[in-house]
Design a protein around this ligand. Structure first.
Ligand SMILES: *Cc1c(COP(=O)(O)O)cnc(C)c1O
Length: 406
């Protein structure tokens, strides 16, 4: 399929290019000593991860340890409740081991670390989901694990901090700046600069310098591959629309990669938080501009000095002032449309899905559900497939404290 002069039949061969570019976005903007480490990872990824041994081992792990394939569920009561004739379905990444999609790339990254002979994995975490997923992978493969986490997020996500510690990871508190995800990324990066000979950096999304946006997308593409097959088997056709929330954008790229070459409308959902003023949201693609941070060129939210702006979202996993370079590219060419939902719509969707379907979604995923509910009201027939990126157990205490039972 051709879209805006881009041939999607051969898309994955051509994007990113050899230097990690999706159009003008992506690349690698890092100190030379770190570039050596990145080149080593790129080289290893291109050889090891394409080898039959690696592919077979990862397949076995996905089935026997992660519990894949995760199902696709039809949301009959929610669809009925919106009552437009549109049928809504969800891809159940909440049922992936550890309760979110992030284990998909963590098992891939940690398996690569093992093949490369590394002893330690290093990462940042926001909601704590990436930290838990990586700590899980590290325990599985017998690797050391250092997780950098903002002090604010440590407060908000106490159960995930406990999980990481139980799994044997070192949780390192970051108190700089707003003490959330962005500062945690800076700290993890700095640590990796000193330790790259024995360690590998495992980024938590489709962000960072090349090869991470490509590698994480490829490890997450299992979501889209499974979902496309399951949906067509269930219904005999493709969904009309697919929807996923976008923080860095990994669960979204996972789902979208299964449908880019199909006549399917694709929607990414960004968090509008408290509103449109800078600092009140984290809708980078919607309100941002081109810029470089954390080693890659993408679209980001800047303050008046051109630095990454402070961001806010009720979802810790979405409060990042940039997004993966592939999203910036797909946004510019128009293949994916990006929309927003605010905190209030999100909390409403959180309760609606819980009450009508018996599924408590992560607050991040609730953004995608909220958007699908709005979209269903605009479409008067057809189907929507939503990526339910994670389960909401980690968010329950916070939601009850802040919003009460509704
Ligand atoms: C981390 C997280 C996200 C956001 O990350 P992406 O890379 O944008 O997918 C979304 N949902 C859940 C449940 C998460 O844990």
């Amino acid at each position: 399929m051709k879209y805006n002069n881009i041939e999607f039949n051969t898309y994955f061969k051509n994007y990113p290019d050899a230097n990690g570019y999706f159009g003008k976005y992506g690349g690698s903007f890092i100190p030379p000593e770190l570039q050596t480490a990145m080149d080593e990872i790129t080289q290893a990824y291109n050889t090891i991860c394409k080898s039959r041994n690696f592919i077979n081992e990862l397949r076995r792990i996905r089935k026997e340890f992660q519990g894949r394939p995760t199902p696709v569920s039809h949301l009959a009561r929610l669809s009925e409740n919106i009552s437009t004739g549109v049928q809504i379905y969800v891809k159940r990444e909440d049922l992936n081991h550890t309760g979110a999609h992030k284990l998909n790339h963590c098992m891939g990254e940690a398996l690569l670390a093992k093949y490369m002979g590394k002893k330690k994995v290093i990462a940042e975490t926001g909601a704590g989901q990436h930290g838990v997923a990586l700590a899980t992978a590290a325990a599985y493969f017998g690797l050391e694990c250092d997780i950098y986490m903002g002090a604010v997020d440590i407060q908000k996500q106490a159960p995930n901090v406990a999980r990481m510690k139980i799994l044997g990871a070192n949780v390192i508190e970051v108190t700089d700046g707003l003490a959330t995800l962005k500062e945690a990324v800076d700290a993890a990066f700095a640590a990796y600069c000193n330790e790259y000979k024995d360690a590998i950096y495992c980024i938590g999304s489709v962000v960072g310098p090349h090869p991470f946006p490509m590698m994480v997308r490829d490890f997450q593409s299992i979501v889209g591959i499974e979902a496309r097959e399951q949906f067509t088997e269930m219904t005999g056709e493709l969904p009309d629309s697919v929807v996923a929330c976008v923080g860095g954008g990994s669960n979204a790229m996972g789902l979208f990669s299964g449908f880019l070459n199909d006549p399917v409308d694709i929607y990414g959902v960004e968090p509008l938080g408290r509103g449109t003023a800078l600092g009140d949201h984290a809708a980078s693609l919607t309100y941002g501009e081109e810029g470089i941070m954390h080693g890659f060129n993408s679209i980001m939210l800047k303050d008046k000095n051109g630095e990454p702006a402070p961001v806010y979202s009720v979802a810790s996993g979405l409060d990042y002032p940039s997004c993966g370079p592939e999203h910036a590219f797909l946004h510019d060419i128009g293949r994916v449309k990006y929309g927003v939902v605010d905190d209030e719509e999100t909390i409403n969707a959180f309760y609606t899905l819980s009450r009508l379907e018996g599924i408590i979604p992560a607050i991040e995923s609730s953004h995608a559900v909220a958007y699908a509910m709005k979209l269903a009201k605009e479409m008067n027939k057809g189907s929507i497939l939503v990526n339910l990126s994670g389960r909401g157990d980690k968010d329950m205490d916070y939601i009850i404290e802040k919003y009460g039972i509704r």
